[in-house]
Design a protein. Structure first.
Length: 303
């Protein structure tokens, strides 16, 4: 089953101390994010003249504000990530596939991306409703993120157009996709296990059955542009934190296990790509089982 939620400190004094730090951080990031939204809106003036300049301005805006999020966590709270697995070269174009437990998964991937020079080039699959949320949602509209309905017939043409633009204009990217489609819970694990048994798939305890259509479309649409697919497994130490707990500094360290698969090694056929993704999540389940037992991911590539 998934790791339990992270407990809050038992000491009232400690809770108040963390709250006193988190409130100014939240105020600063929230107010500056809206200011960046205004700057992004102003950048529309240059878009008819130079799409490249428009994109660079918004890339720098994302790199700066997301960089503040990461930098504050590192400086104020001493937050670190332990990265194991395959070596990842800097500034590659990639698809990043990760397990999804809670919102801090996103900030950990940001921290990893910054270490590889790709923070401002992150692009996400996100629910369409997010684009209407002031701050984060409005900002992502300017960054070529993929807002989806979660109905493939509604999404596939829009996704294909976005990928064509990225490839044609040679836009740098790390495309982040949580292919489980939702954050994991014990109830969702039970549902996923029932689905797997019905379809004759191996059951898993620590991840859900991945949704393959978006991943297959991503590889096929971006194959000529990307260098690799990164399979990232996220592990927390004392429980799965909420975003508010992360902001309060209750996640001093987390673990990322990364496996890098060059795109040339991936199969071409959609059915084979789907099977490849299923295999990765079966491996990911084993990696997490090892992590929860030993407190670290295995040093070797294969369990």
């Amino acid at each position: 089953m998934p790791l339990a939620p992270l407990p809050d400190p038992t000491s009232r004094l400690e809770r108040l101390r963390r709250l006193s730090v988190a409130l100014p951080i939240t105020s600063f990031l929230g107010s500056t994010l809206l200011a960046f939204n205004a700057l992004q809106t102003a950048s529309l003036a240059v878009k008819p003249v130079s799409r490249g300049t428009f994109r660079r301005l918004n890339r720098e805006a994302a790199d700066t504000w997301w960089g503040w999020c990461v930098g504050i966590a590192e400086t104020v709270h001493g937050a670190t990530i332990v990265v194991t697995g395959d070596e990842v070269p800097p500034r590659e174009n990639d698809i990043v596939v990760a397990n999804h437990q809670q919102m801090p998964d996103i900030t950990l991937l940001m921290q990893f991306a910054r270490s590889k020079g790709r923070l401002g080039d992150l692009k996400w699959f996100v629910k369409k409703v997010v684009k209407y949320v002031p701050g984060v949602g409005w900002g992502m509209v300017f960054l070529d993120c993929l807002f989806v309905e979660r109905r493939w017939t509604d999404d596939q043409d829009r996704i294909a157009r976005t990928f064509h633009q990225i490839v044609t204009e040679r836009i740098p990217l790390w495309l982040i996709t949580f292919v489980e489609g939702t954050r994991i819970t014990p109830t969702k694990v039970e549902s996923a296990q029932a689905y797997a048994r019905k379809r004759g798939l191996p059951t898993t305890d620590h991840v859900l059955v991945p949704r393959t259509k978006g991943f297959v479309a991503s590889v096929q649409g971006l194959r000529s542009h990307i260098d690799a697919v990164y399979d990232v497994t996220i592990g927390y130490e004392k429980g799965v934190p909420s975003l508010w707990q992360y902001i309060k500094g209750q996640v001093p360290q987390a673990h990322l296990h990364v496996r890098r698969y060059p795109v040339d090694e991936l199969p071409d056929a959609p059915e084979q790509l789907a099977d490849w993704l299923f295999e990765r999540f079966q491996e990911k389940d084993g990696l997490l089982a090892h992590y929860y037992e030993h407190g670290a991911f295995p040093a070797q590539r294969d369990l």
